[in-house]
Design a protein around this ligand. Structure first.
Ligand code: HEC
Length: 128
């Protein structure tokens, strides 16, 4: 009895905290729907083939331009050594790819909705 009510109280207190954590970190499920805009060019399953763009499995904290056998643009190859995909770099690149890699070959205008971006990044981060 006592344990049950303690557990109940603990749940009451942690549930809003969890909801908040999810808000702050983005909603990967919603991010998966945002990713539909990327599927024309990218696979994201483990071992997926490269398409117009490189496979994105494990892109989180991956060095840019590092997928073997994918033909990156020359500007991406030049930027690659100093570019790693994390929260800040993904946010910048996916907002405006040409601003981060001028002359790069990702023909995508970018996502300007900050909430969609946060969700998308949560989804990308989870695919590893
Ligand atoms: C029209 C095709 C196209 C679309 C749509 C597209 N991309 Fe790309 N993406 C590319 C290409 C091509 C590259 C390689 C860029 C280069 O070499 O300059 C790339 C590169 C990337 C990279 C860098 C990968 C690496 O290995 O360094 C990331 C991350 C990325 N895309 C994410 C996305 C996401 C997320 C979306 C959807 C919001 C998206 N892309 C939509 C074509 C596309």
């Amino acid at each position: 009895m006592r344990l049950a009510s303690l557990l109940g109280a603990a749940l009451l207190f942690t549930a809003p905290a969890l909801a908040f954590a999810q808000d702050a970190a983005g909603n990967a499920e919603a991010g998966q729907r945002v990713f539909n805009q990327c599927r024309a060019c990218h696979t994201i399953n483990q071992g997926g083939r490269n398409g117009v763009g490189p496979n994105l499995w494990g892109v989180w904290e991956r060095q840019a331009g590092s997928i073997e056998g994918f033909r990156y643009s020359a500007p991406m190859r030049e930027r690659a050594a100093s570019l790693k995909w994390d929260e800040a770099t993904l946010r910048a690149y996916l907002t405006d790819p040409k601003a981060v890699v001028p002359g790069g070959s990702m023909a995508f205008p970018g996502i300007r909705n900050p909430e969609q971006l946060t969700d998308l990044i949560a989804y990308l981060r989870a695919q590893r």
